[in-house]
Write a protein that binds this ligand. Sequence first.
Ligand code: GLC
Length: 516
Amino acid sequence: MQEAWWRGAAIYQVYLRSFADGNGDGLGDLAGLRGRLDYLSKLGIDAIWLNPWYPSPMSDGGYDVADYRSIEPIFGTLAEAEKLIQEAHERDIKIIIDVVPNHSSDQSAWFQEALAAGPGSPMRERFWFRSGHREGPPNDWQSIFGGPAWTQVPDGEWYLHLFAPEQPDFNWNSPAVREEFLDVLRFWLDRGVDGVRIDSAAVLIKDPDAEPDGLDPYTDRDGVHEIYREWRRVSDTYPGRFLIGEVWLPDQERFARYLRPDELHTAFNFDFLSCPWDPAALRRVIDDTLATHVPIGAPPTWVLSNHDVTRPVTRYGRPDTSFDHGDRKHGMTSDRELGVRRARAAALLAMALPGGVYVYQGEELGLPEVEDIPDALLQDPIWARSGHTDRGRDGCRVPLPWSGDAPPYGYGGEPWLPQPADWGPLTVEAQEADPSSMLNLYRTALRIRRESLGDGTLTWLPLGEEVLAFTRDSGLTCVVNLGREPVRLPEHQRIRLASDEVDGDLLPADTAVWLV
Ligand code: GLC
């Protein structure tokens, strides 16, 4: 039997609002994406994951969904989405959509109906409405974006929102909620989508009556698994489709439960994404990841960035190279040259490891985090909710530079977040012309990866504590030098790809090679 395509896929994440603007309003859209499919085809990816594309007031960049069966007019129409799916398939590119089951927008029909229906109505059972406690919220739960997790409505009741107040949480004890999402899944699978990314997948189950004091949203609850078993039963009726969970859980044993054979197919590897540029730490994360996935037969995934985290070239150039949502280290000095060097090596590492790999738009261009967006232009709700202490995630969401040497760099209209003035050398156009660019490194690596990497196993080579070296089933060997001194390469016929120049048989610091 042919191996399932998603097990070793290279998946490109499109943050639609910032990818390419087809109608000149400054916001990326489906027309812009459809116009750039050949770029993605040439990049050599297997699938595109799109962040939420549904009608949304954009209080949280589309993760506040007002209607799960339609397309945000800023992005286009349902007919255009169907065309995108078809045009991607014609190029052998699969489409993965984002489903947000933990919460909707406060503008969704269900939430508006619940508000209008008033206390005691069954409509309110679809969300978490409660009376207050001594004039205050029902309990002390805090929102992940900062501030209380409860907001009061005019009739006096309070509703729960783990994220922004514009994102009321669904009550997953409600049969109507469960039915609704099974139907939403079928709606999109019927339209040909190949995969579904599940937002905030671990936090769906909670009960303010049972756990009145304190809440750690990252503690998942057992009841969540029955939900994904039902989802799996639906997706299994559509051959070749897959479910990927956004599961941020420090406990590997609990994480693995999501990947049991009758639940999700894969999940993002956030331990790898958060890991500092340190050989022992990376080795530990890779070994733990394999130990978690191999026994249950689920392919690992390798992720260096996404729309929620600091861009790798900035992170890897800082004195502290780890990522942590609690402290984004905004404005910490970063050595750009070093960051780029390490990001190039990290890309070859991630792409050589067994399983699937995710590339967030702009990572292939080596875009840095934009850290000087003026306060007044910041849009991430984290900025306001944190009392203006955490600048949030806008810095990794700045629209892509395509061509030319000044904003908007061929992106379309005036970008909704300002692009830096010095991005001329980072445009697709400029990088295509430079054989040593990040873009050309990604293109070559993805091509080689298709032939000889992806799903499978690895064998570690003992090259010392500062070096990560392993051979893959195809015979390709990856060596990454994370130390300060050059190291001698193991015996090989030739170097197929190097993240930077190699000095004969000596691999310089912060450099990776693929050998045969
Ligand atoms: C996920 C998304 C993030 C969003 C949050 C709430 O973590 O990746 O962007 O803000 O869920 O939906």
